[in-house]
Write a protein that binds this ligand. Sequence first.
Ligand code: PHE
Length: 358
Amino acid sequence: MTDFSALVEEAHSAFANTQTPAELENAKALFLGKTGKVTELMKGLAALSVDEKKTRGAAINVAKQAIEAALQQRRQELADQELQAQLASEQLDVTLPGRRQSAQGGLHPITLAQERIEAIFASMGFDVADGPEIESDWFSFTSLNNPPNHPARSMQDTFYVDAVGADGNYYNLRPHTSPMQVRYAQAHVRKHGGDFDIAKNQLFAGDMPEIRVIAPGRTYRVDSDATHSPMFHQVEGLWIGEAVSFKDLKAVYLNFITQFFETNALKLRFRPSYFPFTEPSAEIDIMFESGPLKGRWLEVSGSGQVHPNVIRNMGLDPERYIGFAFGSGIDRLAMLRYGVSDLRQFFEGDIRFLSQFQ
Ligand code: PHE
């Protein structure tokens, strides 16, 4: 008998039934081990004739090699299986969504409004300046043609700081951004080589680039209701040159307001008013021609032609330099743009309110 294909078949299925390398090694022993079936067949050759040995021996060898090949194949299969199992257990699923921060922050609506304002004025060639919120009496009032003890000071319910500065000034939480008119203008004049000494009435009347600036920021007054908060925001505007007039103010402001509200369907009017630092002075009112606020005049800004005394305090000769200023409420503009009816909502920190602006 030289056909050992049944034995090879048996080994094949024995190997195939194993699930681990250890099981496979046990199965191997059944065929190729010391007392295994192939080994026993070899041992049986000893009793045969030389010719029988040759043919039967060769056939056993073929079967042995087939079994060894089957063993090797199964070893490889089990090793592959093991690797696959390991890979599967260590798999990193890159398709899983990342863990989000549960609450994402965003810019405050007042900041959004202020950034809009800055971008619009920057597009008209205005610089954007920042100034101190604790301000001296001189910059807040005196330099703005509002002398000590003048009744016009009581137009603003100012917070005073209970200390006198090294410069002999009383300090206050600035009640408006107007001190930035004189601060910025003085710095501008100096920057462009203008020498001045206000005390000696030595003023600059030479050439300099025009002053064109807005100064947004926080302002403070003793005031609190649905449309007033003790801390609020203003944006000061200032344009000083040699021939700057009210018509420029109107053009600039109309351009600003139509861009801010993204509509041409509004009207603008000047209403006579009084401020110590402008003459003539005017309130700026706007009226929407459509939408929920349609048909009502809404006050958005104080404004006027800068008073010659203020021009002087800037270090400039009012015989040569002239211009306009305005001061608008940023919170008011934001309320109108976003349809907010109570100013206090801006400052309560209620996430449900604030998240609507993200
Ligand atoms: N500072 C004024 C206010 O707070 C507004 C204003 C600014 C008016 C500039 C005229 C010119 O009411």
